[in-house]
Design a protein around this ligand. Structure first.
Ligand SMILES: CSC[C@H]1O[C@@H](n2cnc3c(O)ncnc32)[C@H](O)[C@@H]1O
Ligand SMILES: [Zn+2]
Length: 442
């Protein structure tokens, strides 16, 4: 018998690859934080002597979800300026509020709240873009989650940095200081084509070549962004980015709502990824990204929540369902973005975009044991004929019962381990009073 750390038996396992596979009464064997085998439960009982066991006999076990675009600390600005179009929302509400309140303490506390919300909803890894990335990283390390910490870059001064050079210097120093944290990864995070100069994009291209980091960038979110680029540069933002050398396999193009067929072909040919954020795009009235055409052309697609001020939930179950439904409605084809494609985007698609597909995104021997279990023990989820469809069209984040990150149990029977929910509620209340003293408090 092989001695191992953990054996998880489940009624159903969706490993994501090979595509469409559903394993019945199987088990995942974990040792040293890694998956060492996925095998029938009966065979696991004969082969392994686990130090810990979890039996999930009314559950679906799948890879932890990957949130491909987030501004985690914006939980503290949740609901601050709803029902407002993007540029008004950003320039008249969010940026002024960030100017008044954002600090290392704000980012730490807001990110901690985000980690709790995401873990409870089955998200084990998120791709973050925000100010004070070192403070975000401290919160992520406290939570035990995995994250890709964006090193932000804008042309204008904020509470975090004075100018483009300062943003990059501070971001790279943060990366150096946090290098030994196994669950922290890094990306370059220039905000958007309309807030970053050609000179700064050239520096980003040099750095991504030297350091092989993803480039996490809002692109073609609104038609107004494209019109403004045509006026200022005489070309659409993606064309400008292509000429500057930004469009390549490391690019994560966030939103990509307004793409013509040539731009979809460009993203596919260059091996770039798209972070699809359907709720944010609807709420800010940005539009509907052409995901069906992207998938048909072979663009790698992941799914993001965006920040809590534009969504307002950090909930990938909602995003998967909405992504699948919008794809069908917009294309007139009920086969568009099927349940497997939605699950793939929320797991392996996100992992691939982040350059982490050898580490996470599917349940395959050798990968990290980042897992999430969904309980079907609820009349609203019965009966269950097709587990993949159930995960996309029926289950919600409230059905997530267990979560592991690198083999460590973070959620057990719907209850977070590690850091206390009550403390986080107090933390949110303290910030609410600081940010808007007259707001209704519960
Ligand atoms: C460089 S820190 C991130 C910066 O982005 C702002 N932001 C949040 N959501 C969006 C969005 O959908 N489009 C553009 N910018 C966004 C956030 O408030 C920070 O200032
Ligand atoms: Zn965003």
């Amino acid at each position: 018998m092989e001695s191992i750390d953990l054996l998880i038996r489940a009624r159903w396992i969706i490993p994501i690859e090979p595509a469409g596979t559903i394993l019945d009464n199987h088990a995942v064997a974990v040792d040293g934080g890694r998956i060492i085998a996925v095998l029938p439960a009966a065979a696991a009982a004969e082969r392994f002597a686990p130090r810990r066991e979890t039996t999930l006999d009314r559950h679906v076990l799948l890879p932890g979800l990957v949130n491909l675009h987030c501004h985690a600390a914006m939980t503290l600005l949740r609901g601050l300026a709803d029902d407002t179009p993007l540029m008004t929302w950003l320039q008249e509400h969010i940026w002024p509020a960030e100017g008044r309140h954002v600090s290392a303490e704000f980012v730490h506390d807001g990110t901690l709240l985000a980690c709790a919300e995401m873990l409870r909803g089955g998200i084990t890894c998120f791709n973050d873009m925000y100010f004070f990335p070192e403070a975000a990283a401290r919160a992520v390390a406290t939570s035990g989650m995995r994250a890709v910490i964006g090193l932000p870059l804008l042309e204008f001064p904020t509470n975090y940095a004075a100018d483009a050079d300062d943003y990059l210097a501070k971001g790279l120093a943060a990366r150096d200081a946090l290098r030994d944290q196994p669950l922290l990864h890094f990306a370059l995070a220039p905000h958007a084509p309309y807030t970053v100069s050609n000179r700064s994009f050239e520096r980003i291209v040099t750095l991504t070549g030297e350091l092989d980091l993803p480039v996490h960038l809002h692109v073609h979110e609104t038609q107004a962004e494209i019109d403004e680029s045509l006026r200022s540069y005489g070309m659409r933002p993606l064309e400008r980015l292509r000429r500057l050398g930004v469009v390549g396999p490391n690019l994560i193009a966030v939103h990509a709502v307004h793409l013509d067929p040539g731009e979809i072909a460009l993203l596919a040919a260059e091996g770039a990824s798209v972070a699809h954020c359907p709720t944010s795009n609807l709420k800010l009235a940005s539009g509907i990204a052409p995901v069906t055409a992207m998938l048909a052309q072979g663009v790698n697609v992941g799914i993001g929540t965006d920040g809590a001020a534009s969504n307002n939930r950090l909930d990938l179950f909602t995003e998967m369902r909405l992504a699948a439904l919008l794809a069908k409605g917009a294309s007139g084809d009920a086969r568009a973005m099927n349940a497997h494609q939605a699950l793939h985007a929320a797991t392996l698609g996100g992992a691939r975009a982040l350059g982490l597909d050898r580490e996470i995104g599917s349940l395959v021997a050798g990968k990290s044991a980042d897992l999430c279990a969904v309980s079907l023990d609820d009349p609203a989820l019965a009966p269950c004929y097709a587990p993949e469809s159930h995960m996309v069209y029926v289950a919600g984040r409230e059905n997530v019962s267990h979560v592991w990150v690198a083999g460590q149990m973070m959620l057990e029977n719907h209850t977070l381990s590690g850091f206390l929910k009550k403390d986080l509620e107090n933390l949110a209340a303290i910030w609410q009073t600081r940010i808007c003293p007259r707001a209704h408090q519960s």
